[in-house]
Design a protein around this ligand. Sequence first.
Ligand SMILES: [Ca+2]
Ligand SMILES: [Ca+2]
Ligand SMILES: [Ca+2]
Ligand SMILES: [Ca+2]
Length: 208
Amino acid sequence: MERKIKSILGSVLVIAIVAAMMSIGTRSYFSDIETGNNNTFTAGTLDLNVDGQNTNVVKFTLSNLKPGSQPKGMWNISNVGSINGYLDLENITVTSYENGLLDPEIEAGDTTGGNPGEGNGELQNVLNLRLFVDRDCDGWISSGDYVFFNGKVADLPSSFDLNELVPAGGYVHIVAIFDWWSTSQDNMAQSDGFDLDITFELSQTAAQ
Ligand SMILES: [Ca+2]
Ligand SMILES: [Ca+2]
Ligand SMILES: [Ca+2]
Ligand SMILES: [Ca+2]
């Protein structure tokens, strides 16, 4: 009887020790935490500069053009914002001026005169224009450049959806080469002129 009690006590003692060990074991499971605090949200910027300016850029002020003339100009389109942008050309308009109807013009068949004679000039009909993205920035059309127009100024569309990537902090060069290749209508353009307006637009997505 005495031995049996001892034995039961022993069992109780063993169970108590095992329970204590299990308790210690529960407290020692591995654990680790990291925090994800202080998140901040700030809008990026999309900011376009043309030739380093935020104002209108007059690229061409040309006078005394004649057959054989080949004026050329480059716009440096830079993205000074913090997110990538896509370049399009918008609101392209050509406004012609007759600037007086001279004898050689009349003899060549020009019947629309006036001074300034807005809308009556013919210079845009004889002057060819090539517009391209000058990807190697050498000022001329090279393989790999993107020529997006080659035709008479009069045939310019009102916009070009170039979707040309201009990375944040980056730039692209748009070059215009005018060529007055001799045509049978050259004399009709004597003294004539035109204004050319182009808007450069930088958008967040290519679809805009
Ligand atoms: Ca004229
Ligand atoms: Ca005319
Ligand atoms: Ca080139
Ligand atoms: Ca004319």
